[in-house]
Design a protein around this ligand. Structure first.
Ligand code: ISC
Length: 465
């Protein structure tokens, strides 16, 4: 059925559902199952054809490519989670589903990217990002294990515009099925890895000062924990081989979520995040504490004996559990502490499981973000110190990126281990958690390790397919 689906039968089915809805116009959503495809082939084929796109890939879980915006909202100011919820409610209420999909993975989705915090630096610059971007994508190509779907959302006025939309869906379906045979012929001519690494070295001086100030704060007891970050900008005039970077990240950084938010060809955020903020498959909620770091080249099990790393980790874990209490979620269980490898880097990890009924993803976001994994403890004081000490506005670094579906299921990651390609530069940001007992040399090495783990994948992506 997936392969030999017939256009006129499909058209008839959608028209008949449209008639049953008793409307003549509105925001419609149409979905078809398609044969299993390789998302990299598909993304490579479409990436230059659409200005906006987003990519999301988790190992053995639902993954997608979103192309073009059907509905779009951006916002500044403190009400971003409330407004994000309103956007979600309004669009999912209005969306007229003209096809039935029994599989949850295929449901309509709205995708979100928030900024870390309000821009308190008050120095608005050209490359600032919105506090909230919420997008109902026009096209969604979804994959979960061996199953794939294509979904299209658009406003239609009457049957003839619905027919045009179905024809467009059908044409995209044909292009997806042929995308494997149409590889791009771009030549990617990257600078050498030494060029990247030298630029990272140059950032060391300022970083040293920053980390020392952070350590002083926690040693004095002004804060229990603070996560301070460094930003390195490298001129990058070449075209970015994003697909190969994603392939490298998938192979070399397992257990991460590979993400892309491509505002247009000149502004692209990408990375591979190890940090899940939450996963909600109603009623099951999973929170994840990831903090405490070691290079996977060293003995990762040493983390289990590092009191400094365990302390750093426990601030995150305690915060997650407190957040559940704030939301009046009283029952939870937690996994035992373990070390998980994400490629070059290993972290301490604890999972927190619970069941929820009436709590929406935006309540979770409001309470959970920013956790001490990327901010500190106490939260307010840590944010103030971050704004005082870091010389840049974090923008989307360390902020929630994810999706919410029409049933309220949701998944959010923290946008770390990434870079922003902007105005012919590559901008890397990475940080490290400081607690009593942190040693500045080690924290700087940790930040360098985080930079290098991504730089390596970008460099490796320049030639190999
Ligand atoms: C802040 C970052 O990592 C966080 C996530 C995991 C482990 C971390 C740590 O051990 O310091 C950080 O809290 C970053 O990669 O920029």
């Amino acid at each position: 059925m997936k392969n030999n689906l017939n256009f006129s039968d499909f058209l008839k089915g959608v028209f008949s559902n449209f008639d049953k809805k008793g409307v003549n116009s509105g925001l419609v959503s149409i979905c078809i199952e398609i044969p299993c495809v390789n998302l990299f082939d598909v993304y490579e084929f479409f990436i230059d054809k659409y200005s906006f796109s987003s990519f999301w890939e988790e190992d053995n879980k639902m993954s997608y490519i979103a192309l073009e915006k059907c509905k779009y909202l951006t916002l500044e100011g403190p009400k971003k989670f409330k407004v994000a919820k309103e956007f979600s409610d309004e669009n999912f209420n209005n969306l007229i589903n003209l096809t039935d999909e029994s599989n949850n993975s295929a449901l309509s989705k709205i995708i979100y990217f928030f900024s870390f915090s309000e821009n308190l630096k008050k120095k608005y610059c050209l490359f600032d990002v919105p506090g909230l971007e919420a997008i109902l994508p026009k096209i969604l190509i979804i994959k979960n294990k061996k199953n794939c779907w294509l979904r299209i959302n658009a406003h239609v006025e009457g049957k003839s515009s619905l027919r045009t939309l179905i024809e467009e869906l059908w044409s995209i379906r044909d292009q997806i099925l042929n995308s494997k045979n149409q590889k791009s012929k771009n030549i990617f001519n990257y600078p050498s890895i030494n060029y990247f690494l030298n630029s990272l070295e140059l950032s060391n001086n300022n970083l040293n000062q920053l980390i020392k100030k952070g350590i002083k704060l926690v040693e004095k007891g002004s804060l229990d924990k603070i996560v301070l970050a460094s930003r390195v900008k490298i001129e990058f005039k070449n075209k970015l081989n994003l697909i190969n970077i994603l392939k490298k990240l998938k192979t070399n950084q397992p257990n991460t979520c590979r993400y892309v938010w491509r505002r247009n060809s000149k502004d692209i955020i990408f990375g591979a995040s190890p940090e899940r903020l939450f996963s909600l498959r109603k009623p099951d909620l999973v929170l994840e504490a990831i903090a405490g770091t070691v290079s996977s080249d060293l003995n990762p099990d040493s983390l289990m004996e590092s009191s400094k790393d365990i302390k750093e980790h426990n601030y995150v874990l305690e915060y997650l559990i407190k957040s559940l209490e704030v939301l009046k979620i009283n029952n939870h269980t937690k996994s035992s502490l373990k070390v998980t490898s994400f490629g070059d880097i290993s972290h301490l990890q604890t999972l927190v499981y619970s069941k929820i009924n009436n709590i929406c993803p935006f309540d979770l976001l409001r309470v959970l973000h920013p956790s001490p994994a990327v901010c500190g403890s106490p939260k307010k004081e840590a944010i103030n110190w971050i704004n005082t000490l870091e010389s840049f506005s974090r923008g989307n670094y360390a902020s929630p990126i994810g999706w919410v579906d029409s049933e309220g299921n949701s998944e959010f990651r923290v946008a770390i281990r990434g870079a922003r390609y902007i105005d012919q530069n590559l901008e890397f940001t990475a940080g490290s958690g400081l607690v009593k007992g942190s040693i500045s040399k080690k924290e700087i090495e940790e930040i360098q390790l985080k930079f290098q783990s991504l730089v390596k994948q970008i460099f490796l992506a320049k030639t190999t397919k």
